[in-house]
Design a binder for this molecule. Structure first.
Ligand code: AMP
Length: 582
């Protein structure tokens, strides 16, 4: 299949402002793809070569891509740099320069998807001495053979900026239609995806072997399971009601969620976004190899930064300093961390995800040797309001954000990839004012005036509506940013900029600048109010009105550990609103 086909589809997908049209385009693309390469097309469409958890990166810096463009187009590096400054999107820069490039060479061969994928893979695998020049050579060959439009997408893919803004679940929808003829089969694809986190694999299997083969997918060491998440609760009474009167209450630690896969002496750690973050945590690797007594296991826990002198837990920001590529050992010394485990998904060859929570926790305890830097999360069975309140107070006193409560009923299975009511988080009481923060997605921006000229005056932010897979605006936020942060906002957000509202964004307001929903920030406000202009929970309180945050303020926290679909949901906002009314 020719690469030009994919490029045409990407261009159409980028041009559409309608979500349904976007899905139809994907269905067409997948249907026209030869089945043997459907996995490659799916990975490419997500802007990658492999699923997120495979730690192979293309490793092409913007600088290297610019050198390649300059070489192939026969212009100077300075020209390319200047164009990038002006346009802000290296893909568009490549396209523009390539239109002027010299005529196709004598040996010109139209690019196929296979060639592009294989060359990109070769680029990704080059390492060590001379690898930069080798990458340059491979990339330049591709750009030379590509049409300007193809080059636009090749460049965006190599620098990690394809960003079509398509949710994984939308790809599953499109695959279900393309290969099983109906969206109704999506749950089968979804389950297979939730326990393997591998869209390409799901695509390949459904395309070549059919639905039955997907049903046989099993939880396996090495493939991260999409994490189970929690809904919010707003009072101990509500907790007891939802949990059937009795549940396990646990400390809610403010750190980074980890899913740890152990196979003999090998350990892989996956983040909540399912990236392989093993290399950042040699200390956690070591303590789990030594203290998880099962030969093979998948366990989950929260990693927190600690003060080794006092044993106190430190805020999340401290731990985030460990998120780096260089100086890992140094950061490890400077920001020591430990792991608190709370769940087991697999032990030896037994898949535990279908077992009730008390059994999983018991099995976890059996295989964990508690030590200074590895412990089980503090948990207690509670069955009355006072007990919950007491436990909650103790949690806060010990530096936690609040508590998590988990169902201990017979049906309390590990629900991969779902945010259900079997787990609830209870942070602080939502009084008349908003005391809890929310995580919102940046979807647009307004240009600043006066002191803020040249930067943004405010960001248009949205929450996630998981029913329609769209983002609903909830407020404009312009306060809480430091001067420096404010100044760097346009730069930080530049590569997410798109020329029109993204098809998944639902907004009555017109922003000056639109973004692909990707970046998540934490905000807090004075309260939730009825709003004529925002689309969050439209029609819920009043016809034609939504719910908005009044006096929103950025807390300073970029939630890079969350993807856009992990932002606060419309449903959570409605619950917070109801709670606030009481
Ligand atoms: P939130 O990020 O507010 O949706 O809260 C869910 C997150 O709390 C999880 O993804 C974990 O990272 C974290 N967490 C902290 N303590 C626990 C616990 N005891 N059980 C489960 N998750 C926890």
């Amino acid at each position: 299949m020719l690469f030009s086909k994919i490029a045409d589809f990407y261009e159409k997908i980028e041009a559409t402002t309608k979500r349904l049209e976007m899905i139809e385009l994907l269905v067409d693309l997948f249907s026209e793809t030869p089945r043997e390469i459907i996995d490659k097309v799916v990975y490419l469409t997500t802007g990658r070569l492999y699923p997120l958890f495979v730690p192979i990166e293309l490793g092409v810096s913007e600088k290297l891509a610019m050198r390649s463009i300059a070489m192939v187009a026969g212009v100077s590096l300075k020209d390319v740099e200047n164009a990038l400054k002006e346009v802000g999107d290296l893909g568009l820069v490549a396209e523009a320069f390539m239109k002027k490039k010299r005529q196709a060479s004598l040996f010109y061969q139209p690019l196929t998807i296979e060639t592009v994928y294989e060359t990109l893979d070769r680029i990704a695998r080059e390492s060590g001495e001379g690898s930069v020049e080798a990458k340059l050579k491979h990339l330049s060959k591709l750009l030379l053979d590509g049409t300007p439009k193809e080059d636009k997408y090749i460049v965006r893919i190599v620098v990690g900026a394809l960003r079509l803004g398509i949710a994984d679940y939308t790809i599953l929808d499109a695959l279900a239609v393309a290969f099983t003829g109906s969206r109704e089969n999506r749950p089968v694809l979804e389950r297979a995806y939730n326990i393997t986190s591998d869209l390409g694999l799901v695509a390949k299997v459904v395309a070549t072997e059919g639905l039955e083969a997907l049903r046989n997918f099993k939880v396996t060491v090495g493939k991260p399971v999409r994490m189970m998440l929690a809904q919010r609760a707003s009072s101990p009474e509500e907790i007891l009601e939802r949990m059937g009167g009795r549940c396990s209450a646990e400390y809610k630690l403010d750190g980074e969620r980890m899913q740890i896969h152990k196979d003999e002496n090998r350990v892989d750690i996956f983040s909540r976004r399912l990236e392989n973050i093993t290399y950042q945590y040699p200390d956690i690797v070591k303590i789990t190899v030594e203290n998880l007594t099962a030969r093979r296991a998948i366990v989950e826990g929260e990693c927190v930064a600690i003060n080794t002198n006092t044993g106190e837990m430190l805020p999340f920001q401290q731990l985030m300093r460990r998120r780096r590529v260089y100086g890992i050992e140094e950061a490890m010394e400077k920001y020591p961390a430990m792991i608190y485990l709370f769940d087991a998904l697999l032990i030896e060859d037994e898949d535990l995800t279908g077992k009730p929570y008390p059994e999983r926790r018991r099995r976890l305890a059996e295989v964990t040797r508690e030590e200074e830097r590895i412990k089980l999360v503090k948990a207690e069975i509670v069955d009355n309001v006072e007990a919950i309140e007491r436990f909650f107070d103790a949690a806060i006193e010990n530096g936690c954000e609040g508590i998590m409560v988990k169902s201990i009923q017979q049906d309390s299975i590990y629900e991969a990839g779902s945010r259900g009511y079997k787990w609830l988080k209870f942070k602080r009481e939502y009084k008349t004012e908003m005391t809890d923060t929310i995580d919102v997605v940046i979807v647009g921006a307004y240009m600043g005036k006066g002191k803020r000229a040249g930067s943004y005056g405010a960001l248009l932010v949205a929450v996630y509506d998981d029913e329609s897979d769209t983002f609903k605006t909830i407020c404009k936020v312009g306060t809480g940013f430091s001067d420096e942060e404010l100044e760097s906002l346009p730069d930080t957000l530049k590569s997410y900029q798109i020329p029109h509202k993204h098809p998944r964004v639902d907004s009555k307001l017109k922003a000056d600048i639109w973004f692909t929903p990707a970046k998540v920030i934490e905000i807090i406000g004075a309260e939730l109010t009825v709003s004529q202009v925002h689309t969050c929970a439209l029609g819920y309180v009043k016809k034609d009105s939504g719910i908005a945050v009044r006096f929103p303020r950025f807390t300073g926290r970029w939630r890079d550990d969350k993807g856009p679909e992990e932002a606060t949901t419309v449903r959570e906002i409605i619950e917070m609103y109801e709670q606030q009314k009481k």
